[in-house]
Ligand binder design. Structure first.
Ligand code: DX5
Ligand code: ZN
Length: 230
């Protein structure tokens, strides 16, 4: 996994067909997805349940590129090893998920995975300041986590700008998660984001039997973020 700040589109399989993850991952990668974003929810930290490390291990062989695992679970630490063994390239934990985010990030890096920290919309950008030398990614949540298809929270554009300033020259990705579509993508790209997660805006209208729609949706987001309006 090399580092750069070019725009990367990370479809969230939360909006995919849950009975067909392998084929869905292959379809989005063939249609231009840069990363595959995997939303793990526990029904405790967030009010929804998705799946765990066994499912991640099952889909891993169907992903050629980066498997980006977003943990919306509490506690996090007892499960880090399992997600790393499942083949996660990036493991992101929420700063709000427990009292020991510093220890959690150390534990993620100790597995060899990249470490991400996610910020809910109620958490200030400054919360990442003590963590800057131990993270590879900051995930700015632009919805309250738990569900796909929610509206983008515009006040998070300013949070993204602040995160970008705090990062300076460090090789840390800024990922945006929630309500990203061709309208909101340019706003967060201008604020400094480079990884754009999108669930409904990628999967809407398509399927594994009509994957071209995924490709059109991915291109529309990327081109909007890059400032090319089609
Ligand atoms: C929300 C998840 C997101 C979600 C994004 O808790 O972390 O990844 O799937 O979905 P959209 O793009 O539909 O807002
Ligand atoms: Zn997510």
């Amino acid at each position: 996994m090399s580092f750069d700040r070019t725009i990367k589109i990370a479809p969230s399989i939360l909006s995919a067909d849950f009975a067909n993850f392998g084929a869905e991952c292959e379809a989005i990668e063939a249609q231009g997805a840069d990363w595959v974003h995997v939303d793990v929810m526990d029904g405790h930290f967030v009010p929804n349940i998705t799946f765990g490390p066994t499912t991640c291990a099952a889909i891993r062989p169907h992903i050629k590129g980066v498997m980006d695992v977003h943990l919306m679970i509490a506690p996090v630490d007892p499960y880090i090893e399992a997600f790393a063994k499942a083949g996660a390239d990036v493991i992101t934990a929420h700063i709000e998920a427990g009292p020991h985010i510093h220890r959690t990030l150390q534990a993620i890096r100790a597995t060899g995975a990249r470490a991400g920290v996610a910020l809910n919309p109620g958490t200030p950008a400054s919360a990442i300041e003590p963590l800057l030398d131990m993270i590879d990614l900051v995930c700015v949540m632009t919805v309250n986590p738990g569900f796909g298809g929610q509206s983008f929270i515009a006040s998070q554009i300013e949070t993204t700008r602040k995160v970008r300033d705090l990062i300076g020259n460090r090789p840390i990705h800024i990922e945006i998660d929630g309500g990203v579509d061709p309208k909101t993508a340019p706003l967060v790209a201008q604020a400094g984001a480079d990884v754009l997660v999108a669930g409904s805006a990628v999967f809407r209208g398509g399927s594994v039997s009509s994957p071209d729609i995924y490709g059109q949706n991915i291109r529309a987001i990327r081109e909007a973020a890059q400032g090319v309006y089609v």
